[in-house]
Design a protein. Structure first.
Lengths: 285, 647
């Protein structure tokens, strides 16, 4: 009877700290959680140089040569940084599953004592919310950057939406199997097969094709638009770097698609003016 | 009219004429082949009589070539399907000699031994195996072309093939692989496994089932023949108006697509009806295995996506043959119309390939982890979300076409949203792996490979979904590497895991673990080498579908080509494992993985009507594992621990 007289120990009084914090702390103290977090960080740091290596690969041929290309590279850089944590986490789980929780071979399933985790509301909610936030960030970033490069491309400012065409250089780009022709209507319709551009002056391209679909890709300037037969598509750019860059066709256009490439020569504005005057004079006489 | 007593009711039966099967006893693949070839030659000859000798088109091409090739294609399709016996059922019905029970049993391949695989057999297990074999043959053909393409790209100092043939290689490789990947999981798994998993005796429409596989077989020769008459020089997307410049080989492509689209529509309807109406008693929507959801989702997407493709090719065909100029800009047609129709197929089709493969992985993981599928409802939500969004994203393939620059904003939004349901599927997979020791067999190891590839494919897809980044990557080798990571890395490696998993049920033997694993991991290593360096080539700025390029791309292409040969070796080893195991592998019991889904609860080899007694389902088939010792305790349990449970 004596032991029944001993008053039962009172359950622990509720503390001020929320139970969720208790559970998070208990969870973080588990060995596998710590290991997975450590592996995540390590894998993340191993992946981190990719952000710079990708840009290095893109800049191998001399870019970026315009603000548009800089925006594109910035987007790629940020996307790489954003996707590294989630990739690293998934890889860490895979690695820990392979080497931490380990596998056993054999003819019959050896592991009949794994915990039956049917779902976990916290994990589901955390994952859904964080992946939605990530996606939202990517969408918002993409929309802003797109508006930005669209404004740059069409020579308009996003504030006014008005084209700044007074000083813009117009180039009519024509694709045909398998050469590019660049025509300068402001300079006596001079036509060249190399794209000559002045530095720091907005350029508006009217792109079309005479036969099949081509794609006008000024690689280091970061612009790309289809050349469609029977339609004119527009794009634009302001080169901000002198040098020799590449135009490639990025849409399969038949037999010699691979050879449908040419050079871009970005030169100082004065040189461009005199060059065009000479070419135009040579052509009209 | 005779009559049979079924459940004490007199049911009138058609009269049996002659032996069971009637004329079907004499029809098989070989009679189909002969009658297809004969009819193709006859149709071609009749069409050639319509043209005077030496008639030329406006482009000084042979005027007869296109129409004659078209007539031959029509002759081939009608002749082959007729010779196979595809029209026997309807014709007998029209003649008032409907199929009897004995005829139906004959058509299901009863007591016919191996030869039933060469006939118009309605048994879903025969059809499933036929799908597997046909898909493997097309994969082998496409893989051979891939080796030739990589050879050309690896030998950077000269042109190995002339550009025309190279372009044909690229186009034929593309479409052959797309067709093979669409059927390699949906075909065998959808036809062999899904009815078993539903607890059904067969598919809902067994004769349509036979029709869909033989239409697929019928669609392959035109594709291969087209290489001989000008080829598909325009990539697998065959954009207009480049399409219109191609030789008569393009008619082979169009025939293939039209026939394949019909085959896919029939197969989709069949799978959907089976899933909707023939699940076992008690298999409610919350007790249905996830693979059935996956197969259903793929069928649903195929059903709405493939008609667009078929229309685009029918319109292209009439453009070519009778100058309808739907897509000819010079006569008022629109090249963008073609692109819209094409990509309305093009993007859902990617998920038609991916979703079944991921669903098979989701069946494999619980079995080899001996854990329930983590968050089953989230897996369903992920599949439903992907299906829902798949139809709203097609124009992200057209960001750079200048078609509607304003449309880039909404399409970027919808495309990036897809990462959310796909993320659900990733969570389900890693949640199921969480805290479990796995059973290290080839199907499970394939899961690791697939998730690795899928993460890389998914993350690179995020760049491509973004318009500014796509402005650099569109039409670039980066895209090629990305979709190979998705379709091959997740799709094909998933299919290899799926084959290893279902091999014991399909053949009664284990897939040889050692040879299979060597092949699998060799191919996996080669795959990483090939496509990682292809990403580098893309970042450097190499366009797609070129056979010559700047010297700056040489190194990445050399590495890529070496990797491609390693893939080839690995795939051959895997193929050898399949063939040797099929003939003389270790015999497997009927449920070697001790799985709980219904497909493993029947005998191996599966008897003609699958189950002696139709099963009844009472729970979700993922009832593995023990109660979780680390699960957070309920308040009452915590109190009981402190105070002592009431006695």
């Amino acid at each position: 009877m004596a032991d029944t007289m001993v008053p039962a120990e009172e359950p622990e009084a509720p503390t001020n700290r929320p139970p969720a914090m208790h559970r998070l702390r208990e969870w973080l103290q588990r060995r596998y959680v710590r290991h997975i977090l450590i592996i995540t960080v390590v894998v993340g740091f191993l992946l981190l140089p990719l952000a710079w290596l990708m840009l290095a690969a893109m800049n191998q041929s001399g870019g970026p040569a315009s603000s548009i290309m800089e925006d594109i590279q910035q987007t790629i850089f940020v996307f790489t940084l954003v996707s590294i944590p989630i990739t690293a986490f998934v890889f860490a789980v895979l690695l820990y599953s392979l080497f931490g929780w380990k596998g056993k071979s054999g003819d019959v399933p050896p592991n009949n004592d794994n915990p039956a985790i049917r779902t976990n509301a916290v994990a589901v909610i955390t994952w859904t919310v964080s992946s939605s936030l990530l996606a939202a960030f990517l969408v918002v970033w993409g929309l802003i950057e797109l508006a930005d490069i669209t404004a740059d491309s069409y020579g308009s400012t996003s504030a006014t939406g008005q084209p700044k065409t007074e000083d813009a250089l117009v180039v009519n780009v024509t694709g045909q199997q398998w050469v590019w022709t660049f025509e300068y209507p402001q300079y006596d319709k001079v036509a060249t097969d190399i794209l000559y551009l002045p530095k720091d002056r907005p350029v508006l391209f009217n792109v079309t094709s005479v036969d099949v679909i081509h794609n006008f890709w000024a690689v280091e300037l970061g612009i790309k638009i289809d050349a469609n037969p029977g339609a004119i598509t527009q794009t634009g750019v302001t080169p901000n770097k002198e040098g020799t860059f590449n135009v490639r066709c990025a849409e399969l256009c038949g037999l010699h698609h691979a050879y449908m490439e040419t050079k871009i020569d970005v030169m100082p504005a004065e040189t461009f003016e005199s060059f065009m005057r000479e070419s135009g004079a040579g052509r009209t006489r | 009219m005779s009559a049979a007593t079924i459940h004490q009711v007199q049911v009138p039966q058609p009269k049996q004429h002659g032996k069971p099967g009637g004329i079907m006893r004499h029809l098989n693949f070989f009679t189909g082949l002969v009658s297809g070839v004969v009819l193709a030659l006859v149709f071609g000859y009749v069409m050639s009589l319509q043209f005077p000798a030496g008639a030329l088109t406006a482009n000084f091409a042979n005027a007869a070539a296109g129409p004659v090739f078209w007539a031959m294609m029509v002759g081939w399709v009608v002749g082959f399907m007729g010779g196979m016996g595809a029209f026997v059922g309807p014709i007998r019905w029209l003649l008032g000699r409907d199929l009897t029970h004995a005829d139906a049993e004959f058509m299901a391949g009863k007591d016919q031994g191996k030869f039933r695989y060469w006939r118009f057999t309605t048994d879903h297990k025969v059809v499933g195996i036929q799908y597997l074999i046909v898909a493997m043959i097309i994969l082998g053909f496409g893989g051979l072309l891939a080796m030739l393409i990589r050879t050309e790209l690896g030998i950077t100092w000269m042109e190995v093939f002339n550009p025309d043939f190279y372009n044909s290689l690229v186009g034929t490789h593309g479409i052959a692989m797309i067709i093979a990947m669409i059927v390699v999981v949906s075909g065998p798994v959808g036809n062999f496994i899904v009815p078993l998993m539903c607890g059904a005796r067969d598919m809902a429409f067994p004769r349509l089932n036979a029709l869909s596989i033989w239409l697929l077989v019928c669609a392959v020769p035109p594709l291969i023949l087209s290489l001989l008459v000008g080829g598909i020089r325009d990539g697998w997307s065959v954009y207009q108006p480049l399409n219109a410049q191609a030789g008569p080989g393009m008619i082979g492509y169009q025939t293939t697509i039209i026939v394949f689209a019909v085959s896919t529509a029939l197969a989709s309807v069949n799978i959907m009806t089976t899933v909707l109406t023939m699940r076992a008693k008690g298999m409610t929507w919350s007790r249905t295995p996830i693979l059935i959801y996956g197969a259903f989702a793929a069928a649903a997407m195929g059903l709405y996506a493939f008609p667009f493709y078929m229309y685009s090719q029918i319109l292209s065909m009439t453009d070519r043959l009778v100058n309808t100029s739907f897509f000819n800009p010079i006569e008022g047609g629109s090249v963008w119309l073609y692109q819209n129709l094409f990509w309305l197929l093009g993007h859902p089709e990617v998920y038609v390939i991916l979703i079944p493969s991921i669903a098979v992985m989701m069946e494999i993981i619980p079995v080899f982890m001996r854990k329930p599928l983590f968050s089953y409802y989230m897996a369903i939500a992920g599949i439903v979300g992907v299906v829902g969004l798949s139809g709203l994203v097609w124009a992200h393939h057209m960001y750079m076409t200048g078609w509607a620059p304003q449309a880039n904003y909404p399409f970027m939004l919808s495309t990036e949203m897809i990462s959310i349901p796909v993320g659900f599927l990733v969570l389900v997979v890693i949640g199921t792996m969480w805290r479990g020791a796995f059973w290290s067999r080839l199907p499970m190891m394939a899961v690791f490979a697939v998730i690795f590839n899928k993460m890389i494919g998914g993350v690179t897809g995020v760049y491509l979904s973004d318009v500014p980044a796509d402005q650099y990557f569109h039409g670039n080798m980066f895209v090629t590497a990305h979709f190979h990571y998705m379709l091959m890395g997740a799709g094909l490696f998933g299919a290899m895991g799926g084959i290893a998993y279902y091999f014991p049920k399909m053949t009664g033997r284990y897939l040889d673990e050692r040879t299979g694993s060597i092949g699998f991991w060799t191919a996996f290593a080669g795959f990483q080498i090939t496509f990682m360096s292809m990403f580098v080539a893309g970042l450097q700025g190499q366009p797609r579908r070129v056979l010559q390029f700047d010297n700056m791309f040489d190194i990445s292409n050399w590495i890529s080509t070496i990797g491609a040969y390693v893939i080839g070796i690995g795939m051959l080893i895997f193929l050898a494992a399949i063939m040797s195991s099929w003939r003389s592998g270790q015999a497997a019991p009927s449920n070697p993985w001790q799985a709980q889904t219904l497909d493993w609860q029947t005998a191996t080899p599966v008897p003609l009507e699958n189950f002696p007694v139709l099963p009844v389902v009472t729970k979700l088939p993922y009832d593995y594992g023990v109660p979780d010792p680390l699960a957070p305790k309920k308040l009452e349990e915590q109190y009981d621990e402190k105070v002592g449970a009431p006695s």
